[in-house]
Design a protein around this ligand. Sequence first.
Ligand SMILES: NC(=O)c1ccc[n+]([C@@H]2O[C@H](COP(=O)([O-])OP(=O)(O)OC[C@H]3O[C@@H](n4cnc5c(N)ncnc54)[C@H](O)[C@@H]3O)[C@@H](O)[C@H]2O)c1
Ligand SMILES: O=C(O)CC[C@@H](O)C(=O)O
Length: 527
Amino acid sequence: MFKVLVSDPISEDGIRALLDSDQVQVDQKTDLSPEALKETIPEYDGLIVRSQTKVTKEILECATKLKVIGRAGVGVDTIDLEAATEHGVIVVNAPNGNTISTCEHTFAMLMASARNIPQAHKTLTEGNWDRKTYKGVELKGKTLGIVGMGRIGTEVSKRAKAFQMNVIGYDPFLTEERASQIGIQKGDLDKIYENADFITVHTPLIKETHHLINKSAFQKMKKGVRIVNCARGGIIDETALLEAIDEGIVARAALDVFEEEPPTDNPLVGKPEVIVTPHLGASTSEAQLYVAEDVSQEILNILSDQPFQNAVNMPAVNDETRKILEPYYLLSEKLGEMMIQLAKQPPRHIKISYAGTLTDFNTELVTRTFVKGLLSHYLGEKVNIVNATHLAKQYGLSYSVENTTASLGYSGLISVTLTTDEGEYSAAGTLFDGLGPRIVHVNQYTIDIAPTDRLLYIQHTDVPGIIGHVGSLLGKHEINIATMQVGRKQVGGQAIMMLTIDKALSEEVLGELLQVDHIHSAKNIDL
Ligand SMILES: NC(=O)c1ccc[n+]([C@@H]2O[C@H](COP(=O)([O-])OP(=O)(O)OC[C@H]3O[C@@H](n4cnc5c(N)ncnc54)[C@H](O)[C@@H]3O)[C@@H](O)[C@H]2O)c1
Ligand SMILES: O=C(O)CC[C@@H](O)C(=O)O
């Protein structure tokens, strides 16, 4: 039975799939302090949060069983992603469920700022009938600048079109073609600042977007511009915004999000030109139902080892690709385990080449599985496909991946080279129809062996009688040989022998093997 903790208020209907599952016990504890969360988190396999719970490094360090964090929303800036990845915890979000609600909230803020609705409401409820102060502006014919043309930005642009606004969108991924499909102009920040009567931001808060709208940006804007932020506090520099209002550059600002939430002593809150809401963009019954449904389903999928879509620290693989690649996961993991045991020095670099049909797919999970196999031989269970490449980096182990045409006649081939300080080790594997994974090259010798539990790897000189010596020595020690493969590059030259055996050789038996003339090395390989 898996245990899932819901630590923020989440729609109960939305988590119905989890509540009804007989594989999962759900605990809803929405008032835990960080200390209490640290104490309770070790019990849980899954955690569902909105933006209230801060999933910090310290909490993740205590989360010894945790496999997945579900963010019922888009922004994952409240989760220490690096620490989650390091601890092998998959983080999934619900990127689509609150798009429309946030877009509609943005539009409500835009219209409220055009017509001074909250200010007018306030004065009237205070007993004043003031029609002069609150004269507004029309949206029709005005220019709206949208910074960030992702899901929400795009929906906002559609609604702005319906209001007959001119829209200029800026996004590093916005092409001319897409802009013209949506019916907007593609611009850059300067074009927006120069032309926009309204500006709305819809980017994530990342290093590049922190204080994107700053003092110098405000200096370039049209006097009387109205600005909306329903994305993240910190995209707009609040100090610069305050100055820009005081200087008469910004006529109105509408903010749903703040650099510090809840805002304390924030001079923007209460300023007559500023409309504020307490991070309500996604707060509708519909959005909360959708995001809770989406993360619940993802958590169920992850806990039951089914495909999932919205991991932010893992690549998504569709069902069809997964079916094709799944057998290669086993092969690549075994290749990784084998190669780390073949290497005599610590690896510095891994080069993975994919050939044949594998080049048609996103093989990132195959790569991660290889790295997992390689690291887990020494690091054990703490390595998984979420943290494998991250851990590799921590150990100074770099990797590169390429697609090649050198499939050597196999339908799909994975070739790997490990570079160490004293030389390279290579191996390649493929899938044989009906036979499953096969290792077909080791250190440039051609062989054909299934990567089963226990292998014996011998390097020797190609002379008559070696196979017999090995066979009788293992027989003497009652070690059964299931299969044996010999690979050589030329007659009488260096050769390798790979055996599938039923039990590992003891140090003594390995020592005896090394006494045999022309045998240079012998090694148990545990897979
Ligand atoms: N107020 C709320 O309650 C609420 C609700 C949902 C989402 N959000 C926030 O809204 C924002 C947008 O969400 P979304 O679902 O549209 O995300 P999205 O990922 O679909 O879109 C974000 C877009 O920003 C673009 N971008 C990144 N850096 C940029 C830059 N420097 N300049 C211009 N564009 C840049 C990206 O290319 C992307 O297209 C996020 O910050 C999200 O957390 C807030
Ligand atoms: O949980 C919320 O209400 C906020 C969600 C929103 O900020 C998001 O990024 O999805």
